[in-house]
Write a protein that binds this ligand. Structure first.
Ligand code: AMP
Ligand code: ZN
Length: 455
């Protein structure tokens, strides 16, 4: 099996060869935990979950380590905790718990390790000291700054023109910077802000900048040089550019990660998602009305590198398709993987192409070809689709909690008993009672009764 992945740094699609096939290592930048994650945040989580599943399929479950960090120290967190009048710890714990619930409902496997920034402050300080000692960083007014001109190749990942990078860096005006592009590794904390004893001989307690946390945590859990580094396209500059600079200068490795992968941005109904436009959708709210698998299915209809337009119509379509797929595969045990679907995934995780192959299988399965249904089930599962039982899937109704499955089954039994006793009036009454619960029955030729939730 040959996997090809696109690397942002070299701007090419290459064959993926792990540094160590017995320990394939992937790092993805995780959430900053101050509020519910939105549907744009769900995109990298779902996309890299599919890649995680694919890598596990190729190299074996035990041979893939997936690290997704939690940013639990950040100015947005401080501000939100103050606004809500709760402690930072309570805010980050609550938000992280919600995030984990949300992404589990989207069918995502937990990463192997989910390190928290606040638990890696010492590693960050060690890294900062190292950069200061090697003249890649300096102390200025109790800040530690990375000195960008100290790195010859700075800017290769984002490949932006120098004047644009300077303009971008200027957003953060600081007169003590030696160069306008220099960025913060450590900054002093004001009273009331989270603070730790500072590195590099600085007296005032302080806190880390954002970029240094990922260099420190990836080294702690994956080593100085690993296979894949991922995140959304907006992270290329400055976050990933700066992570790369820090790690490469501290460890003298060539690239930090062999493959840099970035998902495209998600828009909602053709517009940038924003609170002011009123089109801001949290995963949490979406899950009140839609099954997580329909959300996941919708997300994977677009190739991960393309921009994506999230629409309600698309979500409805996904739900209908999945209704059909569940129905077709209800009695099938997972069979062989569909070669065309697997090939598509091996070609830079081309999920829309894989789904096109599955749609063809669905056509065969609908004609009653049993191996096609088995193949559809196995191949969909590889992408984290068709993970529920038919009953679980059909028990989900928008805006309602699941129906009581035991009650449905016992009413069906009672109805069948009434029919056997030729008490058709009672049988019809039970059918109506089930109908009122939103349950639709289908009596099959072989005398069984199937049920599903009417939509
Ligand atoms: P943040 O918490 O803002 O750092 O974002 C967490 C992850 O979500 C990062 O990988 C971002 O690149 C990604 N992300 C944020 N907004 C979007 C969006 N609209 N579309 C796709 N990815 C996004
Ligand atoms: Zn990061």
């Amino acid at each position: 099996m040959e996997l090809k992945l696109h690397d942002t740094l070299t701007r090419e699609k290459r064959v993926f060869t792990p540094i160590d096939p017995s320990r394939v290592r992937m790092y993805v930048c995780g959430p900053t935990v101050y509020d519910f994650a939105h549907i744009g945040n769900a995109r990298p989580v779902i996309v890299f979950d599919v890649l995680f599943r694919l890598l596990r399929h190729i190299y074996g479950e035990k041979h893939v380590t997936y690290v997704r960090n939690v940013t639990d120290v950040d100015d947005k967190i401080n501000a939100r905790a103050a606004e809500r009048g709760i402690s930072i710890r309570d805010l980050t714990e609550e938000t992280y718990k919600n995030f984990k619930q949300d992404v589990a409902a989207l069918g995502c496997l937990p990463p192997t390790i989910e390190p928290r920034a606040t638990e890696h402050i010492n590693e960050m300080k060690t890294l900062i000291e190292r950069l200061v000692k090697s003249d890649h960083a300096y102390v200025a007014e109790e800040n530690v700054l990375f000195h960008v001109p100290s790195m010859k190749d700075y800017g290769k990942l984002s490949n932006r023109p120098l004047d644009e990078m300077i303009a971008g860096a200027r957003v953060e005006v600081a007169p003590y910077k030696k160069d306008p592009q220099d960025f913060v590794l450590w900054k002093p904390s004001k009273p009331g802000e989270p603070a730790w004893p500072s590195p590099a001989g600085i007296k005032t307690p302080g806190r880390p900048g954002w970029h240094i946390e990922c260099s420190a945590m990836s080294e702690a859990h994956l080593g100085e040089h690993f296979d894949i580094h991922g995140g959304g396209i907006d992270l290329i500059f400055p976050h990933h550019e700066n992570e790369l600079a820090q790690s490469v200068c501290a460890f003298h490795t060539p690239v930090m990660a062999n493959f840099w992968m970035h998902n495209g941005f998600l828009q909602v109904e053709g517009e940038k998602m924003s609170k002011s436009l009123g089109n801001f959708i949290t995963i949490h709210d979406l899950l009140k009305d839609w099954p997580g698998e329909a959300v996941r299915f919708t997300m994977l209809q677009t190739h991960y590198r393309q921009p994506m337009n999230w629409t309600l119509a698309g979500l409805r379509e996904s739900q209908k398709t999945l209704d059909h797929w569940y129905e077709l595969t209800a009695d099938a045990a997972p069979g062989y993987l569909c070669a065309d679907a697997l090939d598509a995934l091996l070609d830079d995780v081309n999920t829309p192409k894989a789904f096109a192959a599955l749609h063809e299988l669905r056509g065969e399965a609908a004609k009653g070809v049993k191996p096609a249904a088995a193949c559809l089930k196995a191949s969909a599962k590889l992408m984290g689709i068709l993970q529920n039982s038919v009953a679980e899937w059909s028990a989900f109704r928008p805006g309602s909690t699941a129906v009581d499955e035991h009650k449905v089954v016992s009413l069906i039994d009672a109805r069948n008993a009434a029919r056997r006793a030729k008490n058709f009036k009672e049988a019809d009454r039970i059918r109506d009672e089930l109908k009122a619960m939103g349950v639709e029955l289908e009596d099959t030729k072989d005398g069984k009764t199937k049920w599903k939730i009417a939509r």
